[in-house]
Design a protein around this ligand. Structure first.
Ligand code: SF4
Ligand code: SF4
Length: 186
């Protein structure tokens, strides 16, 4: 195990715990989460449109730097909740890959559920292909998206932008959807 390796997590136990906590979530809290996740999805689709207009898919596929080789910790609880609140099953992580959601065909997470760090990253080569207006749009979307993720993390600290695996280590087995007001992580 290297320093890069995430903490071992029993994926099925994690999903089961989340399902259980979501089943007891009040309607207001559930609706609030759904709104944040919808906004995140919309912003991420707009960011992906910029990425495509910069030729991202073809350039990244041919790139030797392979950004996805550094993506081990990027998934957040928010990304996972986007699946669970829609009644969908998220892809299971494969920790033998450089990023647990990477496959031979690329990222297994759809654009709207990809981690913040992945969807907002435009390397110099890609950013240089954007015109002034598009660069401004990139900054604005990045800012709005970060704020949306942070709103969720402020209410549910395990949704930290530091990534789910790191947040789980810090939660030490406590409830995943506890809020700072009635913190049951301790
Ligand atoms: S974002 Fe840039 S550095 Fe990263 S894989 Fe794509 S082309 Fe390569
Ligand atoms: S989550 Fe997807 S986009 Fe992000 S590093 Fe992993 S494979 Fe790449």
């Amino acid at each position: 195990m290297t320093e890069q390796t995430p903490a071992p997590v029993d994926w099925h136990v994690l999903l089961s715990a989340l399902h259980s906590e979501l089943s007891t979530l009040e309607d207001g809290a559930r609706l609030w989460l759904l709104r944040q996740i919808a906004e995140i999805g919309t912003l991420q689709a707009e960011l992906d449109a910029l990425f495509r207009s910069a030729g991202g898919p073809a350039t990244c596929a041919a790139c030797v730097d392979t950004c996805c080789g550094c993506g081990r910790h990027h998934l957040t609880l928010t990304n996972l909740l986007a699946y669970l609140l829609s009644g969908e099953v998220p892809p299971a992580p494969d920790f033998s890959c450089t990023c647990p959601f990477l496959s031979e065909k690329g990222c297994r997470l759809p654009v709207t559920r990809r981690p913040y760090n992945c969807i907002t990253f435009f390397c110099e080569t890609l950013e240089e292909r954007l015109d002034h207006g598009e660069r401004e749009q990139l900054r604005r979307l990045d800012h709005q998206l970060r704020q949306a993720y942070q709103r969720v993390a402020e209410r549910y600290p395990v949704a930290s932008l530091r990534g789910l695996w790191i947040a789980l280590e810090r939660a030490c087995g406590g409830h995943l959807l506890s809020t700072p007001d009635h913190d049951v992580l301790k």
